[in-house]
Write a protein that binds this ligand. Structure first.
Ligand SMILES: NC(=O)c1ccc[n+]([C@@H]2O[C@H](COP(=O)([O-])OP(=O)(O)OC[C@H]3O[C@@H](n4cnc5c(N)ncnc54)[C@H](OP(=O)(O)O)[C@@H]3O)[C@@H](O)[C@H]2O)c1
Length: 270
């Protein structure tokens, strides 16, 4: 028996998941999608051969519902879905800052809910999706969420209390690296390199460093020490980074991101 999975609100994250699942072997016939606009529905039908349906229809047909609308659209979507969702379904939310208890309150008692915080590299199958169980979700529900989000990168289980910290590190994480590349490219221009060459050099350094971090099993301190020779160039750069408090700035930045995530989760959108 097919166990259809429905993506409700198929925008950037929803489409990344959909395409990743199809590449990972899900049959388009077992995947349902919902959209707000008919042009978007037509686009997805053409691109992936999937069946765009209404939210109510998806809730009736699919065993697993992935909610991928913006956080501000979640309340309305849940109201629309509530009459059709029975506790034998699994509801997975990818919306930043929306707690499992908020979703559980809108649905029939006993409905299992899993919260997932992906990040934008899901668009290139290198995402990190941080997964937490709601009060009714079992190990099997978590494993199913991991199977789905594993199609677009890695997954990590954490207690929901750690989701705000993970949002600061992983959800916002790619932005810090983009920011670094931007700043380092400017530095390259200051040093007299053309922008495109500076960009290529920094991006490749970032990719090389990331692969070494992932594959070497070495601690980042060891990897940095390996390229920090006595009285060399790297140590002069590191001294300037320390003089300018970059380490302290990063710690403060991530703390600020964690605090903002907490505020958003408690309903403060201002
Ligand atoms: N993008 C990220 O980096 C990222 C990272 C982690 C988590 N997330 C979370 O993922 C969720 C989706 O983000 P996104 O960037 O993919 O946003 P998005 O591109 O705006 O996608 C949301 C989609 O949902 C559709 N939609 C809204 N209400 C709907 C409804 N009632 N029924 C059906 N479709 C509906 C929207 O339609 P329209 O096209 O008509 O607006 C849009 O296509 C958000 O909750 C966000 O917090 C995003």
């Amino acid at each position: 028996m097919p166990q259809p999975v429905a993506v409700l609100g198929t925008g950037k994250i929803g489409e990344a998941l959909l395409s990743g699942m199809i590449r990972a072997g899900w049959a388009p016939a077992d995947l349902l999608v919902t959209t707000r606009r008919s042009e978007r529905a037509a686009e997805l039908r053409t691109r992936y051969g999937v069946d765009p349906v209404s939210n109510a229809e998806a809730a009736k047909q699919a065993d697993t519902l992935i909610l991928a609308v913006k956080p501000q659209d979640m309340g309305r979507l849940l109201e629309e879905l509530a009459p059709h969702i029975t506790p034998d379904r699994l509801v997975i939310s990818a919306a930043a800052g929306i707690t499992t208890s908020f979703i559980e309150e809108h649905l029939a008692a006993g409905t299992p809910v899993v919260r997932v915080m992906p990040n934008t590299p899901v668009l290139v199958d290198e995402g990190m999706s941080v997964i937490s169980a709601g009060s009714q979700a079992t190990a099997a529900h978590l494993a199913h969420a991991e199977e789905i989000f594993g199609a677009v990168g890695k997954t990590l289980r954490v207690p929901e209390t750690q989701q705000d910290a993970c949002t600061a590190l992983s959800g916002s994480g790619p932005a810090y690296f983009f920011y670094l590349v931007e700043a380092m490219t400017d530095a390259g221009i200051l040093l007299g390199l053309p922008r495109d060459k500076a960009h290529d050099l920094i991006v490749q350094a970032a990719i090389g460093a990331a692969v070494m971090l992932r594959d070497s099993g070495e601690h980042p301190v060891k990897l940095r020490e390996n390229v920090t020779s006595p009285a060399g160039t790297t140590i002069n750069a590191i001294r300037e980074l320390e003089n300018h408090g970059v380490r302290a700035a990063l710690i403060a930045a991530l703390e600020a991101a964690r605090d903002r995530s907490r505020e958003l989760a408690s309903g403060n959108n201002s």
